[in-house]
Design a protein around this ligand. Structure first.
Ligand code: 5AD
Ligand code: SF4
Length: 458
């Protein structure tokens, strides 16, 4: 939202008579990860099947839903800021406000009781109850809360309402049983459960028929995927065989149990992209143990070696700086790990203590904010240089790019990604090119985040 809603002209909707559900327009804002984006698509489907309509403008909506994230404190803060924006509209014209997702699940009744402008609060396993709760809130002005976690809910038969384009995401499993000590996900998304592969394959076929070209399989820890005799590698290879799908990706695997068959799939199947996102979190053994990651620095580096031996597979990672009691020396081990691996890209975060997590209960959050920020800054700078150097090393080479759409900055340029997930931008020259095509681009320049080039002349 670029504009505060309280700055917008006041729209007064007289609700003198009961409206039909179709006339209730819902606006959904999504925060957080790809799994949350996927859940928003599920929620759209559940609401659509009950007759709700949608709008892309919060100021025109009867219902505003915030699908929230809880992973770091700043994710919470963003939601509080948005809630404050909508508060005036609620009192002026009876807007119904719903908070969904991980923050709803994490804070539950505390959030519901402390924020009286929230009409409906629903956690990630309770979305089937959302339509009824919303209708009650709209028509009877009752407030409702549904935050039960489930060991079974996979929304198996719900077909997400997707936004179109070339890329689609499919959640293959939900929840997480790893309990990394810093992480709130096991508490917000509950126990691990895998979807039936048949349903996933049918969804992939339907996506191909609708023109989607790239599928990303999602799970909090995809290598834990199990359904009878299906493991994740088997599922990935089967999705890669769906006619019409050109590229398959997945996120995220856990380094502690990366199966050889999954590496084979990445290295050998032409449609499984040669990119692995492998969250390291830290390069220091004491910190890794304190984080409950179940691998050592040496084991992580051995896995990287094994991946590198299989060919040109890009690696990216997640790093947390300033975890409980992390010393400068221990942080230096993370720098050295990053220097050794030279990731294609990295997401680098300040540790943010989360309520209820093991670290939150057992280990003091004792690294000062200023030191956390400084450590993050140093790593971001290092990574930016590595990414730029890697991208510039591609100058003169031809890369295969999936055309996704207009570039952000200009409608006269196309934007797409390489197999290793680097953004590529080039001038539109060939009229026959369209989103969904795989094209060859000769790289002419590279920044830390983007490759620039032109169509390879054949
Ligand atoms: N503080 C900071 N970063 C976190 N992540 C997860 N929990 C926290 C936390 N409490 C990061 C991890 C994870 C990514 C999705 O978010 O690096 O891999
Ligand atoms: Fe996604 Fe985790 Fe944030 Fe939930 S808490 S939205 S699972 S990143």
């Amino acid at each position: 939202m670029s504009q505060s809603l309280t700055d917008l002209p006041l729209v007064t909707v007289q609700k003198t008579e009961k409206k039909s559900q179709e006339s209730y327009r819902v606006y959904i804002e999504t925060f957080g990860c790809q799994m949350n984006e996927y859940d928003t698509e599920l929620v759209r489907s559940l609401l659509k099947s009950r007759g709700f309509g949608f709008t892309d403008h919060g100021e025109q909506a009867d219902v505003v839903l915030l699908n929230t994230c809880a992973i770091r404190e700043n994710a919470h803060n963003r939601v509080y800021a948005h809630l404050a924006d909508y508060k005036a509209l609620r009192s002026q014209r009876g807007l119904v406000i719903g908070v969904l997702g991980c923050m709803a699940q994490n804070l539950k009744k505390d959030l519901f009781d402390s924020q009286s402008m929230i009409d409906v609060l629903v956690g990630p396993d309770a979305y089937r109850r959302l339509p009824d709760l919303l209708l009650q809130a709209i028509e009877a002005r009752t407030r409702g809360l549904a935050v039960d976690l489930s060991e079974y809910e996979t929304y198996e038969e719900i077909l997400p309402v997707r936004g179109g384009g070339v890329n689609a995401w499919i959640a293959v499993m939900r929840g997480c049983d790893n309990f990394c000590t810093f992480c709130v996900v096991p508490y917000t998304r509950g126990r691990e459960r895998s979807r039936n592969p048949q349903g996933i394959l049918i969804e992939a076929q339907q996506l191909a028929e609708q023109g989607y070209k790239q599928i990303t399989l999602l799970g909090q820890n995809v290598n834990s995927y199990r359904y009878q005799d299906w493991d994740f590698a088997k599922l990935l290879l089967s999705v890669a065989e769906v006619p019409g799908i050109e590229r398959v990706r997945f996120t995220s695997p856990h380094p502690k149990d990366f199966p050889p068959a999954l590496l084979d799939a990445v290295a050998e199947h032409p449609k499984v992209c040669n990119h692995i996102h492998l969250p390291a979190q830290s390069g220091n053994d004491r910190i890794l143990q304190l984080m409950g990651r179940c691998y050592s620095r040496k084991e992580y580096l051995e896995l990287v070696e094994a991946i590198r031996r299989r060919g040109d597979i890009a690696l990216s990672t997640d790093i947390i700086c300033g975890f409980c009691s992390e010393t400068e020396e221990e942080y230096q081990d993370t720098i050295r790990l990053m220097q050794e691996v030279e990731f294609q890209s990295a997401f680098i975060f300040k540790y943010s203590e989360r309520k209820n997590t093991i670290a939150g209960r057992k280990h003091p959050d004792d690294v000062p904010e200023s030191i956390k920020s400084e450590r993050v800054g140093r790593l971001i700078e290092w990574q930016r240089d590595v990414s730029a150097r890697k991208n510039q090393a591609l100058i003169g080479q031809s890369v295969k790019v999936l055309v996704e759409g207009d570039a952000k900055k200009s409608k006269n340029q196309w934007m797409g990604h390489t197999e290793s997930n680097t953004t590529v931008v080039w001038n539109k020259a060939d009229r026959l090119v369209k989103p969904g095509d795989l094209v060859s681009i000769t790289v002419e320049d590279g920044s830390a985040s983007t490759l620039y080039g032109s169509p390879t002349s054949s």
